[in-house]
Design a protein around this ligand. Structure first.
Ligand code: ATP
Ligand code: LTN
Length: 327
């Protein structure tokens, strides 16, 4: 029996290389090893105001990008969260077992609520309860995510343990799997902030569907420092971030990269990085164009996957309801 792996991605903004290198790439690489379920989390997306037409379009775009990146619908289920009712239902039940203090410690909520001010919804605060429901519904063992989601996965594990200690064994205990390199890609405009879909500055992120010229221009303008030597040094976040992106896209080791840039400047590195990223994204971009040319294809893959996972989710939900004494 393969281990169950579950992860999610929000259908908001433009998918960027941070999402790709930390999450999507691992999902593609581990398809044979795990029994995979990937969820387009539209219920999480509406924790922040969304335009309905754009949200619908983004669900197709994100799914198309996952398939284009190499997610094989025969090996992995890619489905839309709101098409499986058990997610919202389990989230409510779990809500009643999460101490307020656990939620108040969540750093993502603290950061996002600072930016959103009076637009902060109860849903945004409750985001980790829904995420726990996503994970726990499928007897998940591993959750491949970027560094920023570690705290949320830990909350879902603590919650599973708490529920099990009250009602007896009900949930598997999930664990975050975070890549060693690229777990936290930083913004090109500000390398002290994580690359994010919700950042407006056009120079902030490299998006998977950016044109070659956009990619080259964004990298050229990326913030660095006034030093010269090219070395992996976390104390120099701008150049370190570019080197990490180069390392993953080129497949070269750190020693090889540092050796090949001895005596060369940042301009050369940025030029070369532009080319490896353009080349690295080319196959994905052309597969995306092919996939989306066929009307209805993506929607039917999503509907099939929802039908496949729904019984798994319903089985867990029924177990939980019976433990709690509901229904
Ligand atoms: P936002 O920043 O608008 O909240 P996001 O870019 O974090 O959105 P999500 O859909 O929430 O996007 O995340 C999808 C996956 O990408 C998650 O596993 C998350 O950990 C990962 N991820 C997001 N940003 C980065 C980043 N800068 N570096 C590495 N991984 C990231
Ligand atoms: N919160 C995650 C998206 C997400 C998720 C999940 C990830 C929702 N449910 C379950 C892993 C497992 C994010 O990327 N911001």
């Amino acid at each position: 029996m393969k281990k169950r792996s579950f992860s999610g991605i929000q259908p908001t903004g433009d998918i960027h290389i941070g999402n790709y290198l930390a999450a999507i790439k691992q999902w593609v690489a581990s398809q044979a090893e795990y029994d995979n379920i990937f969820c387009i989390v539209d219920l999480h997306a509406i924790t922040i105001p969304q335009d309905p037409k754009i949200l619908k379009a983004k669900i197709r775009e994100v799914s198309g990008l996952l398939f284009a990146a190499g997610i094989d619908p025969k090996l992995s289920a890619v489905f839309v969260q709101s098409q499986v009712g058990a997610h919202a239902e389990l989230a409510w039940i779990l809500n009643c077992f999460i101490p307020m203090g656990w939620m108040q410690r969540m750093t993502q909520f603290k950061e996002k609520s600072k930016e959103l001010k009076e637009q902060v919804s109860v849903g945004l605060f409750d985001y980790p309860a829904l995420m726990s429901a996503d994970i726990l519904l499928y007897d998940t063992e591993v959750v491949p995510v970027g560094e920023d989601q570690k705290q949320h996965v830990e909350l879902s594990r603590d919650l599973a343990q708490r529920f099990n200690s009250i009602y007896g064994p009900t949930f598997h205990l999930p664990k975050a799997v975070i890549p060693e390199v690229g777990a936290r890609i930083m913004g090109l405009d500000d390398p002290t902030k994580k690359m994010s879909k919700s950042e407006d500055n056009p120079g902030h992120a490299i998006n998977l569907l950016d044109s070659p010229d956009e990619i080259r221009a964004k990298i050229k303008r990326a913030t660095t420092d006034s030093r010269r030597e090219i070395r992996f040094d976390e104390k120099r976040p701008g150049i370190h971030n570019l080197l990490v992106i180069y390392e993953i896209f080129s497949g070269l080791s750190r020693a090889e990269i540092e050796a090949s840039y001895q005596g060369k400047g940042y301009a050369q590195l940025k030029k070369d990085l532009g080319e490896v990223v353009v080349e690295g994204l080319k196959p994905l971009q052309s597969r995306y164009q092919e996939l989306t040319a066929e009307a209805g294809h993506i929607d039917s893959l999503l509907a099939e996957a929802a039908a496949r996972v729904r019984p798994l989710a319903e089985k867990t939900l029924a177990r939980v309801k019976s433990r709690v004494g509901l229904g």
